[in-house]
Structure formats: C-alpha cells, structure tokens
Design a protein around this ligand. Structure first.
Ligand code: F6R
Length: 612
C-alpha cells in the first residue's frame, strides 16, 4: 500500500527518486520521504502529506548530492500521519536507513527487546523497529549489511518489501521481500528498485521480481540474490511490457476518467485472440493444459475484495447460468478465516486487479492447502496471486492507476465470462449458442463507446444530485452486483453515503430511508426481471425518492416512471453489467469532481491493500 523506489548508479539520485515517487503516489499518499547517500552519510528528508510537500521541502534546502538513495510514499498503518512517522527510518547505532511496505506483526515484542538493549525510538512505526533490529544485528565486514538484513528478517513475522542502506557500507543497497511486491530493474550500470513497474519503465525494461524471502544486495558493480537463510538464488529476469504512455494522463484530467474511457480498447485487448466466433470456441492458453480437470470440477468458489468481489459475484451467476457448475462468490477476508469445506474437484478463482491483495492471496493459499485447484483472474503480470495460482487468465486491461477500480472491473467480468464460456462449451453449450454469445461479447466495446458518448448528459445527472448525501443503488439478477459496484464507486471517491442492494431487498428495511428527494439509481435494462424492477421503481417514487434509471435504448415505458433515464444499447443480460456499470462509473466520477475531491487520491484509500 506504500510506494517504494530506490536507485543505485551514477546519476543524481534525488530527481530520479522524486520522479519515481510521483509515479507511485497512487499506492499511498499520507506522507513521503527520501534518503540519499553521499560521502558516507545518508541524508533523510521526510514530510507528512503529498509528494509535492516533500518536493517543496527539498527545494528550500537545495538538492541532495549523491547517486544512491531511496524514497517512499506512505499509507499509514502503525502511527499517525506525521513527519516523524514518515519513512525512511533510521537506527540509533549503525547508520542504518530503511523504507518499508507491509506490516511487521511482532513489532511490539521486538521493540521491547530492543528497548531493553538500550535503543531509543522516536516514531510509533513498526518500520523503525526493523531499522533498529538490523542495526543491532549489524556486525560490519564484507557483506555485513546483507547478513544483518537476513538475520533481522529471520526474526520478523509479517509482510514486507524493504530497502536498506548503511552509512558504514555507503555503496551497498539491500532490498528484500515477503508478501509485498518489489522488483529490481537492471539498466546500463544502474539499478532501479520499485514496488511496481511504473517507477522503473522510464529507465529500463529489464527487471526481475523478488520472490518471498529473497534478499538482493546491489552495488554499482552488480547484484547478488539470496534467501534470508543465505542460500543463493538465480533471479528470473523478464521484459517489462509497459509503455510510458499507459501510465501518463494524456488528454484526460484524472486517471479514473482516462481508465473509464479506455474500457472499449481495454476489453478488445482482453478478448484479442481468445474468441473464435466461427467455431463457437473460446481459447484460453492459460487454462488449456487444465481443461479436462476444469470441465470435471464440481464446484467453483470465487473470491476477492471490493470491486473484485462484485465482479466475482457476476462470475458466480455466469458460471452457474452458462457452464452449469455450482459456484459461489465470497469475501476473501471471510473465507480465509471461517474454516471452509473444500470438497473434491473444487476450483477456487482469485479475482484481483493488483494480484497483491493480502486477504485474497491468503484465501487462495488456504483453498490450495485444502486441495482446491487455484485459478487467477488477475491484471498485474507476475504478481503474487498470479504466481501462487495453478493457472489463470490475465485481464490485459493495462495498468490501472486510479484508486477507484473501473477498467479492471469490466475486464474481470469479461474474463469470467470467457472462462464460463470455455467451460460451458465443454459441458452443455452447443457451438451455435456459444458462437452467439461470442458475437455478443465482441459487440460490448462498441456498446460501451455509445455510453461514453453520453458523458455530458451523465454529468448533468450527477450535477442535479451531487449535493444529496444518501443514495441507493438497486438492481436484480446480473445487475445486483452492478448496483453494489455503483454504490462503492460513489462512496469511495465522492464520500457520499451510498448503499447497493438487490432491488427486492429494499422492501425488507431500507425503504424506510427513502424520503423526499433521495436519489435511487436503478439498473433497469431489459431482462428477465425488468417488470419487477419497474414495480420497485414505483415503490420508490411513491415515497418521494428520485429515480435515475439505466435502461435499454428504445424503452418507452421507463420514462413514465423515472425522472432521469440514461439509455444503454440492448445487450444479453449475462453480459450486460460490462455496459450498465459505465454510467454508474461516470456518475461517481462527475459527482466527486463537482464536490471538489481529488478523484485519483481519495481520502484514506490507496491502491492495492497489502495488509489484512
Ligand atoms: C474499489 C477498489 C477496491 C479493490 C479491492 C481489491 O474501487 O479498487 O475495492 O477492488 O481493494 O483490489 P484488487 O482487485 O487489487 O485485489
């Protein structure tokens, strides 16, 4: 949840690190800090608030000299948002400086041990405990820092991605990982370490991700990778497939807006090479080796958090409806702790944009330990979840930088639809039926484009209601999870209270909330339960609520009952959430902008929740 970038080379480190921090700011933005090594001294500067605050502080001091350093953007876990709690942290003995992403779970007992040894702490963070522990274990000599980091990490429980420098070894950077992402970019005579590729690609496209318990010692002359028990490891260097253009705003004002508008292109990419309409076939390279096992599966459990769980819930409907395999979707955070029963031939599908969500990863591991076959529906290539699964299908929607997930949601639904068709065709679906569904899938990007053309009109709807503090989002069937997603989008970036639920559930209590002027967004496109949705709309209207309906083009009835209608093209119900969600994303986006919020950095949130 924090961003890490470090540099070892011959260029001035400060500018490069600040540029990297800006690219990583979406991962956490409570505070930021930098340490640069020069002439055997590490200078640390850190500030609460955005990277801009740190830049202003650096500007007032004059640039830090040095060609090796590290920087951090924080999302607070232990200790409030203060300059002191910002990273880097130092020890009080050996000249150690540390930045850290993750949580040291046994930090309290380690802190007591270190205090008994005479160490004095200045912050409330678990990271300072780690810095002190490394300092306590540092014995100097060749490879001293590497050995101290390995020894400290053997004492630690929890999750970490760390970078460590030591004033006594001013040419060495040691980095390590367990349960939080970190990769090393290899340039010409230089190395850029970062928590994600976006801070590396401007410098090099050759990189290797660290595995859990890997420790890398880097100098300008090369690097050595080992485990925390000092067993040498050969890293797998790969080519980063990321263009700078993909991580820049271009003509858009916010990444969230850019990513909403990218959805047609992103989905075309998701489907590219995977659909064969003429043969009624779905080709998923990632699953082909396991096809027989998957076809015989008796049960599918889909798991994830937040937006990913909403997509997983649509996946549950798709798998049962199309592939006729019993399926259910469940919060990973609940699944992992509730002693779930995993019967023979169960498949677990972890749905995650980042591939790093701690609860989703843990749920996946729990299901695997209990004998399930593990599949991943993940966006970030080589992420922890992607590596932990037996097989999977990547979203291929490109990097998602806006904290509110948009194109990943439609990508997740698209991939789950592909997996459902892949299984359906091998179980009960005829080639003709599958071909018809494939053609419908192929029409989705064009249909989303037609919704995006209505952006100005949707903005007007947002304008009309954005001052209201309570909203309802209601849908049935496949669009019940869409309602949940619409409510989540609105609340996370506009801070409006919004609840999503099945439209029928409203009568079982929430209807009491409806008063004069409360906006209720209904997903009311044509489908099996359309008439029932119309009834629910009337019930809201009768109590003074304002109805905004997302309806099918050509629907003449809906205008008679809803005040505001946003029309979407006709689409088969199982695939409709990929289209009906788009107006909801745009309403949330415009409402948040109109209320003056920083859409890409909503309060209290960060992209990728790597703590439970
Ligand atoms: C909401 C949002 C979150 C994520 C959730 C899971 O807009 O972004 O709810 O969907 O934290 O994240 P991933 O998909 O990375 O596992």
């Amino acid at each position: 949840m924090c961003g890490i970038v470090a540099y070892v080379g011959s260029k001035p480190a400060q500018a490069l690190l600040i540029e990297g921090l800006k690219r990583l700011e979406y991962r956490g933005y409570d505070s930021a800090g930098i340490a640069v090594m020069h002439a055997g001294r590490a200078t640390v500067v850190k500030k609460a608030g955005r990277v801009a605050n740190l830049e202003a502080e650096l500007a007032s001091r004059g640039p830090l000299a040095g060609t090796m350093g590290m920087a951090h953007t924080r999302w607070a876990t232990h200790g409030g948002v203060t300059d002191l709690n910002a990273h880097p942290h130092r020890d009080d003995k050996a000249g150690i400086v540390v930045i850290h992403n993750g949580i040291i779970e046994n930090y309290a007992s380690l802190k007591t041990y270190l205090m008994d040894k005479g160490h004095r702490f200045v912050s409330e963070t678990d990271t300072e405990v780690l810095a002190m522990l490394i300092g306590e274990l540092y014995e100097g000599g060749e490879g001293g820092l590497e050995a101290a980091v390995q020894a400290a990490l053997r004492e630690v429980t929890g999750a970490y991605a760390i970078c460590v420098m030591c004033e006594k070894e001013p040419d060495t950077l040691v980095v390590a990982r367990k349960g939080a992402p970190l990769m090393v970019g290899i340039g010409a005579g230089e190395y850029v370490v970062a928590s994600d590729a976006s801070a590396i690609v401007a410098h090099t496209t050759q990189a290797f991700p660290l595995d859990d318990y890997n420790v890398v010692r880097i100098t300008r002359n090369g690097f050595r990778t080992s485990t925390t028990t000092n067993v040498a490891v050969t890293p797998k260097v790969m080519q980063l497939e990321l263009d700078l253009e993909q991580i820049e705003l271009g003509r858009f004002e916010h990444f969230m807006q850019k990513e909403i508008f990218e959805q047609p292109a992103a989905l075309r990419n998701t489907m590219r090479g995977r659909l064969q309409a003429e043969d009624g076939k779905v080709v998923l390279g990632g699953l082909s080796a396991l096809a027989k096992q998957l076809v015989r599966s008796r049960r599918v459990i889909l798991t994830g958090q937040g937006t990913a769980l909403h997509a997983a819930t649509i996946g549950e409907y798709l798998l049962e409806d199309l592939a006729k395999v019993p399926a259910h979707a469940e919060y990973a955070s609940e699944f992992r702790y509730r002693n779930p029963i995993i019967e023979d031939q169960t498949v677990v599908v972890a749905v995650s944009q980042s591939g790093e969500t701690a609860d989703t990863l843990a749920a996946l591991q729990e299901a695997k330990d209990r004998g399930a076959l593990a599949l991943g529906v993940v966006n970030v290539v080589g992420s922890s979840i992607a590596r932990e699964t037996d097989a999977g299908v990547y979203l291929r929607v490109g990097p998602e930088i806006g904290v509110a997930s948009t194109k990943a949601f439609t990508g997740q639904v698209a991939v789950l639809a592909l997996i459902s068709l892949f299984l359906a065709r091998r179980r009960y679906m005829s080639a003709d039926q599958c071909a018809a569904m494939i053609r419908e899938m192929q029409s989705i990007p064009g249909k989303i484009e037609r919704v995006l053309e209505q952006d100005e009109r949707i903005k007007k709807v947002a304008e009309k209601y954005c001052e209201r503090e309570n909203w309802l989002f209601l849908g049935r069937g496949y669009n019940y999870p869409t309602a949940l997603e619409g409510a989540l989008k609105l609340k996370e970036i506009s801070y409006i209270h919004a609840e999503g639920m099945p439209a029928a559930e409203m009568k079982h209590g929430p209807i009491a909330l409806i008063n004069d002027g409360m906006p209720a967004v209904f997903i009311a496109n044509k489908g099996r339960q359309y008439d029932k949705v119309l009834n629910n709309i009337s019930e809201v209207r009768a109590r003074g609520g304002h109805v905004i309906a997302v309806a099918t083009e050509g629907d003449a009835e809906i205008g008679k009952v809803a005040e505001d209608v946003i029309y979407v093209p006709e689409i088969d119900e199982p695939l409709s959430p990929m289209v009906t969600v788009v107006p909801l994303q745009l309403i949330a986006y415009h409402a948040a902008v109109l209320r003056g919020h920083d859409v890409d950095k909503p309060r209290n949130l960060a992209k990728s929740v790597t703590v439970e």
